[in-house]
Design a protein around this ligand. Structure first.
Ligand code: 5GP
Ligand code: ZN
Length: 116
């Protein structure tokens, strides 16, 4: 999938609406349209990076900023103390369906391990 027809780039451009809960210079977060937990937020970089496999050394700070965003969102959502999951799927075999890097922030219920 190219940047031109990337769903999450369209959300960043405002072409597709989303319930945005956090914004910084490098990251944006919005609620997942099909939530798997009471809190299910997707944190994405403003830069189009398709997968973890496509990361470069220069993206190190961007990835760090996704986790700092997750920390702030967890506080906002009131799930930080109980616990939450921040997870990134890489490629189809792991369940990735949108090829623009995104961190799932899931919480608000007990989460089992290992995931399916
Ligand atoms: P993946 O399966 O790639 O790890 O996660 C993609 C996530 O994006 C899924 O949880 C899916 O529900 C969510 N998603 C797909 N399309 C949209 C959309 O148009 N808006 C929002 N907010 N989430 C979406
Ligand atoms: Zn994109």
């Amino acid at each position: 999938m190219s940047e031109q027809d990337c769903l999450f780039c369209k959300i960043l451009e405002g072409v597709i609406p989303a319930d945005i809960v956090y914004e910084s210079d490098t990251a944006v977060a919005f609620r997942d349209v099909n939530p798997q937990a009471p809190t299910h937020v997707l944190v994405i970089p403003r830069k189009h990076i398709p997968t973890i496999n496509a990361l470069r050394a220069e993206d190190e700070q961007i990835v760090g900023s996704l986790y700092l965003a997750a920390q702030e969102i967890a506080q906002q959502e009131g799930i930080a103390e109980y616990g939450y999951r921040a997870v990134m799927n890489c490629n189809a075999g792991a369940g990735q369906t949108v090829f623009h890097l995104h961190l799932h922030v899931l919480g608000g219920r007990a989460l089992s391990w290992p995931p399916g």
